[in-house]
Design a protein around this ligand. Structure first.
Ligand SMILES: Cc1cc2nc3c(=O)[nH]c(=O)nc-3n(C[C@H](O)[C@H](O)[C@H](O)COP(=O)(O)O)c2cc1C
Length: 628
């Protein structure tokens, strides 16, 4: 299991909370061999933070933290897994403006522009301060061993402080911690030695780092191979290889648009030059791919991060050949990274029980009821799944001929394969649970009354917004959903109205098909309704296929030659063969209104309440179905 920051799963003082321990134990029970914790800071004095900070991070800098760490180790060992703690030196120039708004002056290996506000320059750490951090690794490693922990992973990852020391772009020091590659690696080398001093020479030390920053002037693969040779010689026992930096989050945190196994090349390149084992990471939740990487000798271990948030039983399911039961990560980061950056506990879009394993466990009901679920989109299917697992007698009605709702259209582009896998998972699960599923069954109050279920849950979703403008009924106009479902074709030149996530994805989808696309957006920016890493990559993809983007531009009318748009009070015609409407969705709320006085136990979930992100539909469905 790859390290993932356990925000919200620690006590205010920095001890793991019982919920945090349960979170890890659940993954150990699911068959993970080696669990790595999220980052733990070894020192809290050199890099200044605010008091509140500790409500987010576990600590290891005092014996006070050893009892809970040993409870964690025991809980993981109970299931036959091993535990590694990820130790970090801190943030340096990337310390978050959002998580640490009151952080005192940011520090760094050298005076550098602070990532979040270039007018602030980091303060260069003194040699004595760097030595103090090294010593803190020794003390932390000593405690890790005493707590019964099995290994340490050193966080040389994605442009954090250790990586800043390692990289010429960020390290301009003239003392022993700077200069040539040997000088720049002195900090991680001393850290590895310190961990071995603290925990013992036989104590396994994994070193994690980015083999390619993808930042101009950052580290390339060739230099990363040099780094590997140096650190192997120092005593590193394995490398955990990833990519990217804070500026290139779509490599470090590969979103849905990255292909599975997008970082394996990096692992393979490092493996070529060292003898110690290599851990590969990055969208490896596809079991056949993970197996192939091992078989082909590209890496020695497979690390999973988000796939284990989405499905803690991934390893057991693979072992038992139950691949169709694996709940796939959808790579939107809404439930994990976006949540933790909004001060919420680490969890998952498709697994609302992540981080709340006990509190939100699916418990069998003592009083099974007949439950009618109307709508076979994501919210309806998730509610049906949970209600059926709880022992209710579930009937699922879907008015179209397929399960999936708007996710069917949303997952058509090739680059949305993770979502396709998720739709497949949900529809397989509801079928396997043996409920009564009726397709092409449109619910009416009369039909509901005739069936007379004890509970009705409405999840009728949302339909595309079609603005009441002149020309909107022309043959050249198509909604995003109809286009993706192949109900209508578009010509060579296309205007996409709406530059939210859907409009931008459509721009890429059409661009990849050789169309000349212009995306217009009323607001001042595009794709603002999505996570940081996904957005970074989507903007890059728009560029790659030469999609033109016009912001502060409004669709006024559709005419024979194309679309009339307005920006800065001026109207003009954008020539186009077709206009695609990606202006959002409106709730299909009529049925729930009609049923209000007819059904005593009535719930409404998902987009028919208000069209939002997938996480809202899934969480609402899950949390509601567990109360029935
Ligand atoms: C919510 C979240 C928190 C993360 N926190 C850390 C961290 O504390 N330290 C670290 O080295 N990597 C961290 N990562 C990166 C993951 O270890 C992993 O490299 C990344 O998610 C890609 O792997 P995956 O596709 O299997 O999720 C984090 C990732 C996520 C999604």
């Amino acid at each position: 299991m790859a390290p993932m920051a356990t925000m919200g799963l620690v006590e205010l003082d920095g001890r793991y909370s019982p919920r945090g321990i349960e979170y890890f134990a659940t993954r150990a029970r699911g068959g993970v061999g080696l669990i790595t914790t999220g980052c733990i800071l070894v020192d809290n004095e050199v890099e200044p933070k605010v008091e509140d900070y500790w409500s987010f991070y576990p600590r290891i800098d005092s014996i006070r933290f050893v009892p809970r760490l040993s409870e964690l180790a025991d809980a993981v060992h109970d299931w036959g897994a091993k535990l590694s703690v990820s130790l970090t030196a801190g943030y340096g120039r990337v310390i978050s403006k959002k998580l640490f708004p009151l952080a005192k002056h940011p520090v760094g290996p050298s005076p550098l522009p602070w990532l979040w506000d270039k007018s602030v320059t980091t303060r260069e750490l003194t040699t004595a301060e760097v030595e103090k951090i090294v010593k803190a690794f020794e003390l932390a490693a000593e405690k890790a061993r005493v707590a019964g922990i099995d290994a340490v992973e050193i966080h040389g990852h994605e442009g954090y402080l250790i990586d800043q020391f390692m990289t010429a772009l960020w390290n301009k020091r003239t003392d022993k911690y700077g200069g040539d590659i040997g000088g720049r690696l002195r900090f991680p080398i001393e850290i590895i030695e310190a961990v071995k001093r603290g925990a013992g020479r036989d104590f396994p030390v994994v070193f994690r780092y980015s083999a390619k920053h993808y930042v101009p002037g950052g580290r390339d693969i060739e230099e990363s191979q040099e780094v590997a040779k140096w650190l192997e010689q120092t005593g590193a026992d394995a490398f955990h290889v990833d990519a990217g930096a804070y500026e290139m989050w779509h490599w470090t945190h590969p979103p849905i648009y990255q292909p599975p196994g997008c970082l394996v090349d990096m692992a393979e390149a490092i493996k070529k030059v060292v003898k110690i084992p290599i851990i590969a990471v990055g969208k490896l939740g596809y079991p056949e791919l993970a197996e192939k990487i091992l078989e082909e000798g590209k890496a020695d271990f497979i690390a999973l991060g988000r796939p284990l948030l989405a499905d803690p039983e991934w390893p057991i399911k693979v072992k038992e050949g139950r691949l169709e039961d694996i709940r796939m990560c959808v790579g939107d980061h809404d439930g994990c990274l976006t949540r933790i950056f909004n001060y919420k506990y680490l969890s998952c879009t498709v697994n609302p029980a992540a981080g709340m394993e006990r509190e939100l466990a699916i418990v069998r009901t003592e009083r099974p009821k007949s439950v009618l679920i109307i709508g076979g989109g994501p919210a309806g299917m998730e509610a049906a799944r949970v209600a059926a697992l709880r022992g209710h007698k579930v009937t699922l009605w879907e008015k179209s001929s397929r399960l999936g709702g708007n996710l069917i259209a949303a997952s058509i582009p090739d680059f949305k394969r993770d979502l396709r896998e998720y739709v497949k998972y949900l529809s397989t699960q509801v079928r396997k649970l043996g409920m009564d599923i009726e397709l092409e069954k449109e619910a009416t109050p009369e039909l509901v009354q005739k069936m007379a279920p004890e509970v009705v849950l409405v999840a009728t979703g949302a339909t595309p917004i079609v603005p009441a403008i002149k020309g909107v009924d022309r043959d050249t106009v198509v909604t995003a959903v109809d286009l993706l479902l192949g109900r209508k074709e578009v010509g060579k030149t296309v205007v996409v109205a709406g530059g939210g996530m859907i409009g931008c994805e459509l721009g890429v989808y059409l661009g990849q098909r050789g169309k000349q696309v212009t995306v217009i957006e009323m607001l001042g920016d595009i794709a603002t309704n999505m996570g940081r890493s996904g957005r970074m990559q989507l903007l890059e993809m728009l560029d790659e296929v030469d999609v033109k983007v016009l912001t502060n531009t409004k669709l006024i009318e559709i005419v024979e030659e194309g679309a009339i748009v307005e920006s800065n009070g001026e109207k003009r015609v954008l020539k186009a063969n077709s206009v695609v409407l990606a202006l959002g969705l409106k709730p299909a709320a009529a049925l729930s209104e009609e049923l209000r006085d007819m059904v005593s136990e009535l719930y409404t979930v998902g987009d028919c309440v208000e069209p939002r992100r997938l996480i809202n539909a899934i969480w609402e469905a899950y949390r509601t179905a567990r109360l029935i």
